[in-house]
Design a binder for this molecule. Structure first.
Ligand code: DGT
Ligand code: CA
Ligand code: CA
Ligand code: ZN
Length: 600
């Protein structure tokens, strides 16, 4: 059983308990699901090796849930799960992924209208049956229909941040086959797109190994649910997490060409191939070739020419770019959006690197809807390699999170002062002998009119003020733009968090005049955040590019609500790289003093 499958059951349990009105358990199971997903080691392997004890190492997993996981790993059904599933036999994971449909609603919909899946829900909504249920009304019916449209459009693509640990794990397992010389995940996953359609893997065999031996091992991996086809060089499977994966085994001399081809994007490939053709060459997944004429004689002893293809590059990707008079282009830039031109001019940006972040400027704690204490979050951040974090709990207009008011913020600041004075976390590798710094911050709410829910006097003493839209998502473009601009004009607002508010596959972005926003950010010195929470990834690459061009600074933040969430930063960096951002564009890649000086 894969981590993804275990997490799915945990998440279902959370929703089932919530439907049943059980307190506390839903959050516990939700937390466990997150913990399991964030691991890069296989839970079933951990269990095989060290038993139930090992399961307690998973973030968010306590004794009760460890027992539950052990039971399902032993292949038995868990009585509570079976009982609840029987009571409410619906497709929970599909229904709950529709924006506006929560656990309580799924229960009511099943009880009143026998709705079991998305198709049932759509039929009922279109027939106007939802609005007739008490407390539902026409508005929620409309919202559900919109949510279903969104759900359908996503077309089976998956948020990369959600499946990345599993993909990395698979790559590691293939690399460990004794027959494999090297293996790598290519395709959109290597370009680190927000979402991926399927997984493309490449492997080269050791000189003495057979291609077939690798394929045999591949189809025996524990993640595989179904085999579509198995061949000598290409095998296609469906994984248990619902994604398709293709493995291609290629000879060593073609590895670079194959990697380049299967990394894509398709448009980047086509542009490269045109460059080759212009020189009279040929570029494909086997290599870069030139045509060579050689003299031969036919039967009548007349001279003839034969055209022979000679490989001039292709064992590495670098060799191909070089032969085409280009500098190496990072996978995150390969979208044919100008990268080939700047590569030819030797003008490629030096992208921010995966180890370049020094801080994280959006972190929630158990003072509001986060899971862990300020101190625990700071320790986890230091372990991750960071030197500073800003604590930015929600504020009072987000009542359901227990958002802070001015008084609570003052109290929290005093607590942070205390922690900073005793805090001596040293990270031997990255920051020898330097102190870790906890900054005082908040994630304040931008109200409908652009005002904030915390007074200026309090904001003025915080180190980092992030402001965000958490309500009124459906205002017009004009109203939204005006609202956000007013917030940026506040002299205490340093950063706009997750600017567009979108949630991939769930909620559309708010309508904004993005050029106007970027102009205002430049004028007011406001930073725009790249929120790394996987299904936010907000702002998107296209906007990042605009910020870079206009000299608007950005931050890359995890939006962590638990210790395990600092690992989200990797996808935030990927997003920044896809937007061609350099270290100088990202303020939390800077040392803390320089970063603070930049803020308003
Ligand atoms: P995805 O899977 O939809 O997230 O996106 P990709 O980019 O992984 O696309 P996929 O899996 O269809 O194909 C993998 C790579 O193979 C793609 O990035 C470029 C290359 N490729 C696929 N089809 C073509 C094609 O028709 N022409 C060229 N030049 N390359 C192609
Ligand atoms: Ca793909
Ligand atoms: Ca593919
Ligand atoms: Zn929150």
């Amino acid at each position: 059983m894969t981590n993804g499958e275990i997490a799915k059951i945990m998440r279902e349990m959370a929703i089932l308990y919530e439907m049943d009105g059980v307190l506390f358990k839903p959050r516990a199971y939700e937390r466990a699901a997150f913990g399991v997903e964030s691991l890069s080691t296989d839970v079933s392997e951990m269990y095989k090796k060290d038993g139930e004890k090992a399961l307690l190492q998973i973030p968010g997993v306590g004794k009760g849930i460890a027992f539950h996981i052990a039971t399902i790993l032993k292949g038995r059904s868990f009585p509570e799960y079976a009982k609840l599933k029987k009571k409410i036999p619906v497709d929970i994971s599909a229904l709950s992924s529709i924006e506006g449909v929560g656990p309580k609603m799924i229960k009511t919909l099943y009880e009143k209208l026998k709705i079991r899946n998305v198709a049932d829900l759509e039929k009922a909504a279109k027939a106007g049956k939802i609005r007739k249920i008490p407390y539902f009304g026409e508005k929620s019916e409309e919202k559900i229909l919109k949510g279903i449209e969104f759900f359908k459009k996503s077309g089976g693509r998956r948020v990369l941040g959600h499946v990345l640990p599993e993909i990395k794990n698979m790559e590691k397992m293939i690399l460990s086959f004794p027959e494999v010389e090297t293996a790598i995940v290519a395709g959109s996953a290597r370009r680190k797109k927000e979402t991926i359609g399927d997984i493309d893997i490449l492997a080269i065999p050791k000189a003495t190994s057979k291609f077939e031996a690798i394929m045999d091992k591949f189809i025996a991996l524990p993640f595989i649910e179904h085999i579509f086809s198995k061949g000598k060089t290409k095998t296609m499977v469906k994984l248990k997490n619902g994604l398709d994966a293709d493995l291609r085994v290629v000879p060593k001399e073609s590895y670079g060409a194959a990697l380049n081809y299967f990394t894509g994007s398709k448009d980047h490939n086509i542009a490269l191939r045109e460059l080759a053709i212009k020189r009279g060459w040929k570029l494909n997944e086997y290599g870069l070739f030139k045509m060579q004429k050689s003299k031969t004689k036919n039967q009548n002893d007349k001279q003839k020419f034969k055209i022979k293809e000679v490989q001039i590059a292709g064992e590495t990707e670098e060799s191909i770019y070089e032969a085409l008079d280009l500098r190496y282009i990072e996978p995150e830039m390969r979208e044919n959006t100008g990268e080939i031109e700047v590569s030819r001019q030797n003008n490629l940006p030096k992208l921010i690197g995966y180890g370049d972040l020094k801080g994280d400027l959006q972190v929630q704690t158990d003072w509001t809807d986060g899971e862990d204490s300020i101190e625990a979050m700071a320790k986890a951040a230091a372990e991750y390699g960071l030197e500073y974090i800003a604590i930015t709990d929600h504020t009072k207009a987000l009542a359901m999170t227990g958002g802070s008011d001015e008084k609570k913020l003052m109290k929290q600041m005093a607590e942070i002062d205390k922690l900073n004075s005793k805090f001596e976390i040293r990270n031997s590798k990255q920051i020898p002998k330097s102190k870790f710094k906890i900054l005082k911050g908040a994630e304040v709410n931008i109200m409908k009119d652009g005002s904030l829910d915390i007074d200026d006097k309090t904001l003025a003493i915080l180190d980092v003020v992030g402001a965000a839209v958490h309500s009124h998502f459906t205002l017009t473009r004009e109203e939204q733009t005006k609202r956000v601009i007013r917030a940026m004009e506040n002299p205490n607002v340093d950063i706009i968090f997750h600017l567009t508010g979108r949630v991939i596959d769930k909620r559309a972005p708010i309508e904004l005049d993005i050029d106007e926003i970027i102009k205002t950010a430049k004028r007011t010195g406001t930073v725009l955040e790249i929120d790394a929470y996987p299904d936010r990834s907000d702002i998107k690459d296209e906007y990042i590019k605009k910020c870079v061009l206009s000299g608007v600074k950005m931050s890359i933040d995890s939006d962590a609500h638990s210790k395990a969430h600092f690992s989200f930063l990797e996808m935030g960096i990927a997003q920044a790289r896809r937007g061609w951002a350099r270290r100088e564009d990202i303020i939390n890649a800077w040392p803390v003093e320089k970063m603070l000086k930049m803020l308003k």
